[in-house]
Write a protein that binds this ligand. Structure first.
Ligand SMILES: [Zn+2]
Length: 471
């Protein structure tokens, strides 16, 4: 071994030792910050909070005002909200969000498809980021809270922490994801899917066009995002960029309200699989063709729809759900035997195997029906089959810690709708915070969450982010 090499090796070892010592010192500093912040020693549960929760306050009126203002950036009249990807209103809404992020002192940047990031640097350089966020696009004639609470509420959570004098160790980041809703190009969670990395999606987007035949790239360009297919592939997040991701969202179901609880701690997100099926028969005159001579594509579809329900109910779990939301018959005349049918099936579960076994049975059933009814199964296409995601224990613990500190009632629950969190879970430990919404309504103008529930959600989010940023 050359002496020069030996010296370098010794220097390296010395550096490693030193950095370990520095790390240990920093850990002490961290603990102190957490104690100062929460007002009690982190490893003791019986100390009294010196930190008054009054100083940990949400400016509810201001937040409600922002929610109202954002809801006016809509292509349908109030109280409904319609905000479609890359539309004029979407562009205005993005500008509005960036403005509020800047007011909160966040460092704002945007990626190629318009995911917007607002960063608050931590006290220690180079650590993975603790992030939160959601979406602000809205399907036609929907409400003003879905997604919005998790973006405007997240920025307010940052304000809450700033006002309380908190200093994060890891950077905190608010993300507004592009196009969670599939309205314009038929792809849900477009922004977060690209961050998780999906070459299939990149290829789909190369050919994608909306109902007016505007391509994805032209639509993006019209909104100021002049991007190339390569830009899409480059969006994928590096492993380890994020140490946690938490999304605040209205429940979109009735459980919290029915049970009178303030907070839902989401332990898993059910994932959908969507399937398109087409049957073809000979059709014919409703009077002239006798029953034994028919091969009715409509009845084949009806039989398959009932089979979906049967296999879902037979799965043995209440968490398996299946829906036939589209059933179209051709030519669609009362006196004509359907010669073509088109059905779309959505099957969801938190258990991927169980969900996929339902899909297999539906597929076998479609083949059998086509044989017994003498129709052609011209299409059986699984459009997407996303895996479900489980929340990470570290994030669940932080959310539970926050809820208990704030003395808020809570329950552990499953998200049956899916969210950007499902895709962020592929790149980061993930968790979600639910708040109650009126009768569980969502995706319609009656969607509503009370100021108090939103404020509780913001506080839980703030404390969760604080805890995760110090870990
Ligand atoms: Zn949403």
């Amino acid at each position: 071994m050359e002496p020069k090499f030996l010296t370098s090796l010794l220097t390296l070892l010395l550096l490693i030792c030193l950095s370990t010592i520095i790390d240990a010192t920093n850990e002490d500093a961290t603990r102190k910050t957490m104690e100062e912040f929460s007002g009690y020693p982190t490893d003791s549960h019986h100390s009294i909070l010196s930190f008054s929760l009054d100083s940990f306050s949400v400016e509810s009126e201001k937040l409600q005002g922002q929610i109202e203002e954002l809801s006016t950036l809509s292509d349908s009249p109030a109280p409904s909200v319609t905000r479609i990807l890359y539309s004029e209103k979407d562009v205005l809404a993005r500008r509005f969000i960036k403005g509020i992020m800047k007011q909160a002192g966040l460092l704002v940047r945007e990626d190629a498809v318009g995911n917007i990031y607002g960063r608050w640097d931590g006290s220690e350089q180079g650590l993975p980021v603790v992030a939160t966020g959601s979406h602000i696009d809205a399907i036609p004639f929907s409400g003003k809270y879905d997604g919005v609470v998790g973006v405007l509420g997240a920025i307010e959570a940052i304000n809450v922490l700033r006002r309380s004098g908190f200093q994060p160790r890891r950077p905190l980041e608010v993300i507004m994801f592009t196009s969670e809703e599939p309205t314009r190009f038929g792809i849900s969670c477009l922004g977060s899917r690209l961050l998780a990395g999906s070459e299939t999606l990149v290829n789909t987007l190369k050919k994608a066009a909306d109902a007016q035949n505007v391509s994805f790239f032209d639509a993006a360009k019209s909104a100021g995002y002049n991007l190339s297919p390569d830009d899409l592939s480059n969006l994928v997040l590096e492993e380890g960029n994020y140490s946690a991701f938490v999304e605040l969202h209205i429940e979109q179901g009735p459980l919290l309200e029915e049970e009178g609880l303030s907070i839902g701690i989401v332990t898993a997100i059910a994932a959908p699989a969507s399937i398109k099926v087409e049957f073809e028969g000979n059709g014919g005159h409703a009077g002239a063709v006798l029953m034994p001579k028919r091969n009715d594509a409509g009845l084949a579809a009806a039989e398959l729809a009932l089979a979906v329900e049967r296999y879902v109910l037979e799965s043995g779990s209440i968490d398996t759900v299946g829906t036939v939301g589209i059933l179209e018959l051709h030519p669609g005349a009362i006196n004509s035997i359907p010669s073509k049918s088109h059905i779309e099936i959505d099957v969801r579960d938190i258990d991927e195997k169980r969900r996929n076994s339902v899909i297999e049975k539906v597929h076998e059933s479609a083949i059998n029906i086509s044989q017994t009814r003498g129709v052609k199964l011209s299409e059986f296409n699984i459009i997407n089959q996303d895996p479900p995601a489980a929340s990470d224990k570290s994030v669940i613990d932080a959310m539970e810690f926050a809820t208990k500190q704030l003395n808020l009632s809570h329950k552990f629950m499953i998200s049956r709708a899916y969210h950007d969190s499902l895709f962020m879970a592929r790149k980061s430990p993930m968790g979600m915070i639910f708040i109650p919404c009126y009768k569980g309504y969502s995706h319609k103008p009656e969607e509503y969450a009370s100021t108090e529930d939103i404020s509780n959600g913001v506080k839980v989010l703030a404390l969760t982010l604080a805890k995760l940023s110090l870990e």
